[in-house]
Design a protein around this ligand. Structure first.
Ligand SMILES: *Cc1c(COP(=O)(O)O)cnc(C)c1O
Length: 399
């Protein structure tokens, strides 16, 4: 059988068997509605309380500050629209974010712009990292909210969240972070770090799809998301997804308790691949090499189409991506790669590999065996590559 290497863990991860085991009873025996007072309901309710406490412990907050949602997109929408509408009442209509946020954030900001909000997107520079000084300069008296992602989903760069949040605290501005890629990979303590709101999604750390959470600092009264029953402390109604919530908490507990060891293992895989592929001529790593998620590789190879590279990798059994799943299917290059200053034609030849517990150094070696020969094959038939080489010779000739 052909080897399969799943290297798209930034898009989604496999549900861990341990997590599935923990979820199973809530599909079969303990199916009661958590809001009911009889035994089946009380058991579900107790399991949800325990899960909420586990999540709170992992984030460094109180259980009453954890609100369950359907995932990262919902958490981002709630946090950003909620904060905007809360502050609008105080005459604040300015929001600061960054140029390379996930579409769950950028498209939410587009919709707020249509409502009359003014949006400032901070640059992320060639290394893919926001500068705290830029934030300091852009904050105004009417700034309602700052929302900056913890780690980027395409190039894996980690933002200086402590400094950004401290600036917001000093200026009395709400600070939200989309931490979907960071949770479980980076140590987080929302209270110590002065974070007001934080989004996470279970399926990015081996939990179930369709389950996420929003941490909302106590006392921050953003509007409720869904009106109805009293679930989620009256702020997001609807019968609880007991199995999902229990699974999310278990997956998070495992991710946080194994973070250090996994970080070491994944960065070894990452660095072996980056060092090995940089030998290919006209290749580059996108984003800072050090301030980056342990399992993220994002590289460009000039003169090829990223899509062709991905199709050929799939034929060899490797599941990779050209960036976010939401962008593929369109021919536009990734807004993330454009935001770090790559020209369109280079951004087109990109490849993202993202690793998890399931991956091994043997996977890395297999990737190192496949990628260079595919790049060579594609370049051999590429008119673009021919032009690049011709220009190179002419430039050399004119010296
Ligand atoms: C995956 C992802 C999301 C969306 O999360 P869903 O649970 O799929 O809605 C948001 N932000 C980032 C950074 C992500 O990687």
């Amino acid at each position: 059988m052909q080897r399969r290497v799943y290297a798209d863990n930034a898009a989604t991860t496999k549900l861990s068997p341990q997590v599935l085991n923990k979820m199973m009873p809530y599909f079969t025996d303990i199916y009661g509605n958590a809001s009911s007072i009889y035994t089946e309901g009380a058991k579900a309710s107790a399991a949800i309380s325990e899960a909420r406490k586990t999540i709170a412990d992992c984030l460094g907050c109180d259980p009453a500050e954890v609100f369950v949602t359907s995932g990262g997109s919902e958490s981002d929408n709630w946090a950003i629209k909620g904060a905007a509408h809360l502050m609008m009442k105080k005459g604040k209509k300015h929001i600061i974010s960054s140029a390379f946020e996930h579409h769950a954030v950028l498209h939410t900001l587009d919709s707020l712009k249509k409502e009359g909000f003014e949006i400032t997107l901070l640059p992320v520079y060639e290394n893919g990292i926001v500068k705290p000084d830029d934030l300091r300069k852009e904050i105004r008296d009417d700034t309602a909210l700052v929302t900056i992602m913890y780690a980027n989903n395409e190039i894996g760069t980690i933002q200086p969240i402590d400094e950004l949040a401290a600036i917001c605290k000093e200026r009395g501005v709400i600070f939200h972070t989309d931490a979907v890629q960071a949770v479980g990979n980076v140590p987080i303590n929302v209270h110590k770090q002065n974070i007001d709101m934080l989004s996470l999604s279970a399926h990015k750390f081996h939990g179930p799809k369709g389950c996420g959470a929003l941490y909302i600092r106590k006392g921050l009264r953003i509007p409720n998301l869904i009106d109805g029953g009293a679930q989620e402390n009256n702020r997001r109604a609807g019968t609880e997804n007991t199995a999902g919530i229990v699974g999310m908490a278990e997956a998070l507990r495992i991710a946080v308790s194994t973070m250090d060891e996994r970080g070491k293992r994944l960065s070894e895989i990452r660095d072996r691949i980056i060092d090995g592929l940089l030998i290919i001529e006209r290749s580059r790593v996108n984003g800072d090499r050090v301030k980056r998620l342990p399992g993220n590789v994002n590289m460009c190879f000039e003169g090829i189409e990223g899509e062709s590279l991905l199709l050929n990798l799939d034929l060899r059994g490797i599941a990779a991506s050209s960036g976010s799943a939401c962008t593929s299917g369109s021919l536009d290059p990734s807004h993330v790669l454009l935001s770090i200053g790559l020209p369109h034609e280079i951004a087109h030849g990109s490849m993202r590999l993202s690793f998890s517990d399931e991956n091994t150094l043997e996977d890395a070696d297999y990737i190192l065996q496949c990628v260079p020969s595919i790049v060579k094959m594609l370049r051999d038939m590429s008119p673009l590559w021919e032009r690049i080489k011709k220009n190179e010779m002419q430039t050399k000739g004119s010296n």
